[in-house]
Write a protein that binds this ligand. Structure first.
Ligand code: AN7
Length: 358
């Protein structure tokens, strides 16, 4: 048979070419990222009432997070510029994506991660894709300062979200949400760390509105972790701390973009506690069958908080981005879950556990 064209997704650059800066075909570096599902929530009515809640599950990208959307573009542009190496600071997911796309491009990747504060899955990805991994005895913010300096003075391309092509690629997630719904949602919730993603989604929504593809715009709702909430507090957090290591960031690079998204859309940037994040993380896994990483659950914790405050109304369409896959942080899942039950290979013991014993 002939290949079924409808069944083939060519990655966000080829699929959204008309909305992105130009790039030649030969320089496109892709792992066919994007086209992630918008999953309808069905089992959280007691927490969120009768809003229509949907999860944009970005954990189903090739490296397991939304970072792939921006990385395909940043690495493709680096290739077009003749660059042979990329560098980034990362709480984990950016480094995993940079390492994978650099491998695909035949480039070198240098990644700086905060020692002791990167989830195991993410570290394993950067390592197996053969990046040079530097564990910095400091914070993400320290690492980003160093990366900015290095990329200014040496021939290596920075692929943090200060690289404008990262935001361009990431905005395509907003296009997909609009296309899946047939309109822009009432609210869009997402976790905020470096604030690149909220900046990117807002740009994407605005572009679809300007082009007349959708009539409305969502209110942008960003949520930081309580111990790492510089935008909410209005000042840099010197020693950010949260179990959601992905968003353990005290001085976001796209701070202004987040403020703009909030103010132009009439939205909110607020915080949620680690306990709220973990409660949402557990609810998603145990009731919705969706395993995201802790930082991702900050968006859902934000929805629950807003519902409790009476901010959301029945009938509102609310999209939550679940930014990364739960497998990124297996240690957290195991520490949150109930214990396994050790048994001998004996039928009586199995039946006793199942409650079928005599
Ligand atoms: C799962 O990988 O900053 O507000 O270095 O991995 O766009 O920074 C990761 C951020 C949310 C926050 N959820 O997004 C990195 C990094 C997950 C993340 C965020 C991140 P931004």
């Amino acid at each position: 048979m002939e290949p079924n064209k409808k069944a083939i997704w060519n990655g966000i650059i080829r699929e959204y070419r008309d909305y992105l800066p130009e790039i030649s075909n030969g320089n496109i570096v892709t792992l066919n990222e994007g086209n992630t599902p918008l999953i309808e929530s069905t089992n959280l009515v007691d927490k969120v009432g009768n809003i229509r809640l949907l999860f944009k599950f970005e954990g189903l990208n090739p490296t397991g997070s939304f970072k792939d959307r921006g990385m395909t573009f940043a690495v493709s542009k680096a290739k077009e510029d003749g660059s042979t190496a990329v560098i980034c600071a990362s709480t984990g997911n950016t480094s995993a994506a940079a390492a994978a796309y650099a491998a695909k491009a035949g480039m070198k990747a240098y990644v700086l991660v905060p020692a002791g504060n990167i989830a195991l899955g993410k570290l394993s990805q950067a390592m197996i894709h053969n990046a040079i991994v530097m564990e910095v005895a400091g914070s993400f913010d320290d690492a980003l300062d160093l990366v900015k300096e290095v990329s200014k003075n040496y021939p290596v391309t920075m692929v943090n979200s200060l690289n404008p092509f990262r935001i361009e690629g990431q905005k395509t997630a907003a296009f997909e949400v609009c296309e899946a719904l047939g309109f822009a949602p009432t609210y869009h919730f997402l976790p905020v760390g470096n604030a690149g993603n909220i900046t990117a989604y807002w740009r994407g929504y605005k572009e679809f509105k300007e082009k007349g593809i959708v009539a409305g715009l969502p209110k942008m709702m960003g949520f930081q972790a309580e111990g790492a909430a510089p935008i909410v507090r209005g000042e840099v957090v010197e020693h950010p701390d949260t179990i959601a290591t992905a968003i353990r960031i005290g001085n976001p690079a796209s701070w202004d973009g987040a403020i703009e998204a909030r103010d132009e859309s009439g939205g909110v940037i607020d915080l949620v506690s680690d306990a709220d994040i973990l409660a949402a993380y557990n609810l998603l896994a145990s009731r919705e069958g969706v395993f995201c990483e802790p930082a991702s659950a900050a968006s859902v914790a934000g929805v629950i908080k807003m519902v409790e405050r009476g901010e959301l109304e029945d009938g509102d369409t609310v999209v939550c981005t679940l930014t990364g896959h739960g497998l990124k942080d297996p240690d957290r899942a195991i520490s949150e879950a109930s214990e396994t039950i050790k048994v001998r290979p004996v039928m009586d013991e199995i039946l006793a556990v199942m409650g079928f014993g005599s």
